[in-house]
Design a binder for this molecule. Structure first.
Ligand code: PLP
Length: 396
């Protein structure tokens, strides 16, 4: 079956050049990067090269990069590494569970937590961050880009507020890295998380930027790897893959490939909205990463649409990958003020570097008719019958 993958916010395919860069480190270049002999020196050099490439993507120095097992570990290290009992933490209601649950754990050990609301577009108001500050505030953790809607938070402004208050600022940039240009100095963050598998490197590798001078308690206790910030033998092939993917992403951003991607995403979005009534883009009006369109199709269950599209060869998602399959409506969309039925009627389309114009055409040929078919079965849509015109005839 012809299959099209538009679920790149869940995970991305490893690029061929990334795979080729990794390949020798599974076999002939197998050394432990801590060994002092030739084999170790070879892998140490590869790890340090990758560190340079990741640092270039983020605008920091290589010594400020700590490799981790992924975005979840980077988020946990940023939070648990900074806060202790009695500290106050500020976060937002639309964070990924890797942040929300890590902060909730902080509460269990005696931290106080403020979870800020967002507006209807999914944006945190920097003035709310400022108002939430307390003398005990130790950390602000607000994401750069949301995984479900792609909405970009005003992190540069939040960074200024954090700096003025002398508070550490962490941003989860897992869904931003490689999609928009990142400069940790412009953002003024002390900590920033990324994950390999969201930017065409493999799953199970990530990194945390830790600003020079930031005191971080390690999560793991063991050897003195990663300058004593993350114990454990390095995942050399994964790190090499992340380094190569960071290089590819940086070159693409420098070329302006993000504009090509947003044009493709906009064509998909507009094409769907032109053919389907009672559909809306979640996060419309807010700045967004170029690859994501989260669209609400009233009167249907998103899960049913995901399954129906999958049967025809199109892979999309109802939101966070980890909540796919669960019936709970998205906490992100609820936080944006949506009713549970509206949140459940929403679908995320997310493009990757491999996405082609022909694949967008395929999605455009499939989505409107599938939504129309599901709506024919929908009791709430039936009440509407006669009042609503579906513009299927607009499809060429
Ligand atoms: N943060 C965000 C915004 C994410 O989208 C994800 C993954 O979906 C994570 C953190 C977790 O990253 P990982 O899958 O590498 O643990």
């Amino acid at each position: 079956m012809h299959r099209v993958y538009l679920d790149n916010n869940a995970t991305t395919p490893v690029l061929p050049e990334v795979f080729e860069a990794m390949r020798p480190y599974f076999s002939e270049r197998f050394g432990n990067a801590s060994s002092i002999h030739h084999h170790g020196q070879e892998t140490r050099a590869a790890v340090e090269n990758a560190r340079e490439s990741v640092a270039k993507l983020l605008g920091c120095s290589a010594a400020e990069i700590v490799f981790t097992s992924g975005g979840t570990e980077a988020d946990n290290l940023a939070i648990a590494g900074i806060v202790a009992a009695g500290d106050h933490v500020i976060t937002s209601s639309v964070e990924h569970h890797a942040v929300l649950h890590a902060v909730r754990h902080g509460e269990e050990i005696g931290c106080e937590v403020t979870v800020l609301p967002v507006d209807g577009r999914g944006l945190v108001d920097p003035a709310d961050v400022k108002r939430a500050l307390r003398p005990t505030t130790k950390l602000i953790s607000i994401m750069m880009a949301n995984n479900e809607t792609g909405v970009l938070q005003p992190v540069d402004q939040i960074g200024e507020i954090a700096a003025a208050a002398g508070v550490s600022f962490h941003t989860d940039a897992v869904q931003a890295a490689g999609k928009v240009s990142i400069d940790v100095k412009r953002t003024g963050c002390h900590l920033l998380s990324i994950s390999g598998h969201k930017l065409h490197a493999p799953q199970g590798v990530g990194a945390l930027y830790v600003k020079k001078g930031t005191q971080l308690h390690p999560l793991f206790h063991g050897g003195r790897h990663e300058r004593s910030r993350r114990a454990g033998t390095e995942n050399v092939p994964g790190i090499v893959g992340l380094g190569k993917a960071a290089q590819v992403a940086k070159a693409a951003l420098d070329r302006g490939d993000d504009r090509t991607m947003s044009a493709m995403r906009d064509r998909l979005q507009q094409g769907i909205l032109a053919q389907v009534d009672e559909a809306a883009v979640n996060g419309d009006g807010a700045p967004r990463v170029p690859n994501t369109a989260n669209i609400r199709f009233d009167h249907i269950e998103g899960e049913s649409l995901v399954i129906a599209l999958d049967l025809k060869g199109l892979a999309v998602s109802t939101g966070a990958a980890c909540s796919s399959g669960a019936i709970e409506p998205s906490h992100v969309l609820l936080a944006m003020g949506m009713r549970p039925d509206q949140a459940r009627a929403s679908i995320r389309f997310s493009l990757g570097k491999q996405t082609t114009d022909a694949e967008i055409d395929f999605a455009l040929s499939l989505v409107p008719e599938t939504v129309a078919r599901l709506r024919e079965l929908s009791p709430t849509y039936k009440k509407h019958a006669g009042m609503t015109t579906y513009k299927l005839e607009a499809k060429s």
